[in-house]
Design a protein around this ligand. Sequence first.
Ligand code: NAD
Ligand code: USQ
Length: 422
Amino acid sequence: MGTGRTVIVFGADGYLGWATALHLSQVGFTVIAADNLIRRSWDRECGTDTLIPIRSMPERVRAWREVSGNEMLWRRVDIRNPKAVNALFMEFQPDAVVHFAEQRSAPFSMVDQDHSLLTQVGNLTGTINLLYAIRDIAPDCHLVKLGTMGEYGTPNIDIEEGFIEITHNGRTDRLPYPKQAGSFYHLSKVHDSHNIHFASRVWGIRATDLNQGVVYGCTTDEIAMDRRLATRFDYDTIWGTALNRFCAQAAVNQPITVYGKGGQTRGFLDIRDTVECIRISIEHPAEPHEFRVFNQFTEQFSVQQLATLIAEARKEHGLATSIDHVANPRIEQEEHYYNAKHQALIDLGLQPHLLRSTLLDSVIATVEHWKKRVDLDLLLRPSVDWKKGRNLNWKGASHPHLTQVRSTDSLREAPLIARVGS
Ligand code: NAD
Ligand code: USQ
């Protein structure tokens, strides 16, 4: 499939980046796995940890070579550093670059001004660096960028895939779909989308913006080959995404925390479908000057429905589950219309793994296996409040000085940001 083609996967040490790097390597691409490991430092800052233990990047790459016979190249690179990004492009002249390497937690982006800035400046800088590297070094390279369904918000009309045809005062045009994102993190993806669209129009860059829903699950065919290939699994209030977090709560006999009324509806997908969607996007590249947007999710559920599905699946295993409605730390609609299109990837061949099938069983079983590693403090601590920001119960905040120093350090790690701020 991908034989002979070179792909840089940025963010390859992360939950989805690692799973994707493995899959692309397995189907024949030459994969350059790039990451600056900052997520591991953000975990130290927040006192958070992955439920499933993960190996270092050199160990993972070695294990992959042993297990599959495939060579994957590992490079520690900060995507915010333009010289380092350019050097990587010069060395490998990639056919495609997959961009996962961003600060991706909405609560983390709402902690305080430092964290909002870190998120937006860091995320936008990395994407702009890639756009310049493509323009100047590998103009035919296809950019596959992870956006998010949260860019659209929850409008009272159907959500299209990136663009909507509008007739206004008798004239009609196909325009970018309106965006109403719900956190400084989600907004960083909106700004990225505008920047990529612009670069595509003016420089002819080929780009696919994947507006992905909330991902769940912990395994893919490649990860299942050896336990040293595990990918991270977050369950805490900062990094844990809804379904994974709910399964961890239920495993340690804590109630599932549905925020507010629980009518918040989102698109969801299995991590196995994430890696397939990326492969499909690379194998059907955008044309020069084309900026395409695919909505990357397979099913939509309200948070309440999700909690109920988990409770039902656990019941089939003889496991009890309770569900609580707790005060919502976020500002978001809790009852709303939601109907988002997600046809483009299916038209290109995606065959979705649906939640009610065996996956739920596999997530529940894996979480049960690792439940001794669940840190109750991380699970139960209320999340960052959208109005008040930093939560006093947040581990980092109990040592305000330490947190302050570490946040500033994270900013300083990016040479460009340090220059702007100094
Ligand atoms: P993650 O935090 O597990 O991984 C992100 C990786 O990017 C980390 O390994 C981190 O070290 C790396 N990174 C961050 N900044 C970097 C930098 N400046 N230079 C180099 N590497 C850097 O996140 P994830 O869950 O794997 O998400 C990956 C991408 O997919 C993100 O862009 C996210 O917004 C998007 N996404 C995720 C989900 C989800 O449910 N997990 C849903 C929709 C979209
Ligand atoms: N929620 C609860 N209880 C919890 C945690 C979350 O009810 O204990 C609710 C939230 O209020 C929200 C929904 O579940 O309404 C989803 O929250 P989430 O934390 O799973 O997802 P979100 O913050 O949107 O972010 C995650 C990823 C992000 C990605 C996004 C896809 O962290 O990187 O971009 O999912 S999407 O939501 O489609 O924009």
